[in-house]
Design a protein around this ligand. Structure first.
Ligand SMILES: Nc1nc2c(ncn2[C@@H]2O[C@H](COP(=O)(O)OP(=O)(O)OP(=O)(O)O)[C@@H](O)[C@H]2O)c(=O)[nH]1
Ligand SMILES: [Mg+2]
Length: 289
């Protein structure tokens, strides 16, 4: 059985960094893992591991921009359309990896996840090739500094999730930037960081955060803005589809927990040794809070 994890999320969320840490962890556990790069704009130095498959071998954003005079965003869409028309290239590249685990580092353009048909097409192709596919969607912990930014992140995760219909895990990355202890409070206040105890309302998004009004920066006094927020509160209350697993790359336990959730969602290794739901018991979830 072949497995693929799409590492997705907005620009700068930490996708490439997480992909590297994920690779290291799998290799340390003696599992065969390979990195696939699907970002046609990725700089070589953004990878800790050399990708075995790289969209830049098919088409690079730089060439598209130079030769066809596209801007960066139009160029990116062009690159993906080109890949879609050349799925046999990807199929051929994937051919050599039997019984393997592929970590697919995706680009950060949010349009890709919300309305472009690229990812659904890619997923269909992976499934056709009998590759069991799941996705993680990363949002960085700094998003919680601004509740509007945070909820726009929640909505984008939701939108990407319903768009793809594959096993899915939302991750809050860069948790090392969230302060663990009360004694760090003054330092945190200076850097605008939050403490860990406040974080639960964000990991399991509490829509009431939006309903409270004491953020003078935002136009809460505008009744239409308030009505929009009320509608979002209702939407998230009625469809609590999104919750986040915290990821702290400075903590091995945190990486292991995230990876065991990915394995479980994808039923990794079920052909070899069947996994029962009780492999993940209550205790595993309590650790996350
Ligand atoms: N503190 C901290 N910084 C991180 C972490 N992960 C990534 N970063 C930093 O965040 C920035 C973006 O990280 P990337 O891994 O390149 O993010 P990305 O999602 O791949 O970005 P794009 O591919 O441009 O969309 C870099 O400066 C990283 O060093 C983390 O866990 N903690
Ligand atoms: Mg990247």
């Amino acid at each position: 059985m072949r497995y693929a994890v799409l590492v997705t999320g907005p620009a700068g969320a930490g996708k490439s960094t997480f992909s590297g840490a994920f690779m290291t962890h799998l290799r340390n556990s003696k599992r065969t893992a390979h990195l696939v790069n699907l970002d046609p704009a990725a700089a070589p130095e953004s990878f800790e591991y050399e990708p075995v498959i790289d969209i830049k071998d098919l088409i690079s954003l730089e060439d598209v921009m130079n030769e066809l005079e596209y801007g960066p965003n139009g160029g990116l869409v062009y690159c993906f359309e080109y890949l879609m028309e050349n799925m046999d290239w990807l199929e051929e590249e994937l051919g050599g990896y039997d019984d393997d685990y592929l970590i697919i580092d995706c680009p950060g353009q949010i349009e890709l996840y919300t309305h472009h048909p690229f990812l659904p097409t890619l997923v269909q192709n992976l499934q056709r090739l009998n590759i069991r596919t799941s996705a993680v969607y990363l949002i960085e912990s700094q998003f919680i500094e601004d509740k509007y930014k945070f909820f726009s992140g929640v909505l984008s995760a939701m939108s990407a999730m319903v768009n793809l219909e594959i096993p899915w895990i939302n991750i809050m990355s860069k948790m090392d930037l969230i302060l663990p202890n009360p004694e760090d409070e003054s330092k945190g206040a200076r850097n605008g960081l939050r403490r860990r105890k406040d974080i639960a309302r964000y990991l399991d998004p509490d829509p009431l955060l939006l309903a409270t009004r004491h953020d003078d920066r935002t136009p809460d006094s505008n009744p239409r803005f308030h009505a929009l927020n009320q509608a979002l509160v209702q939407l998230i209350e009625d469809h609590p589809l999104v919750s986040f697993l915290p990821l702290d790359l400075t903590n091995t336990d945190s990486i292991e927990t995230v990876i065991s959730h990915i394995d479980y969602t994808m039923q990794y290794g079920e052909d070899e040794e069947p996994k029962e739901p009780h492999d993940l018991d209550e205790g595993d979830f309590q650790d996350l809070e």
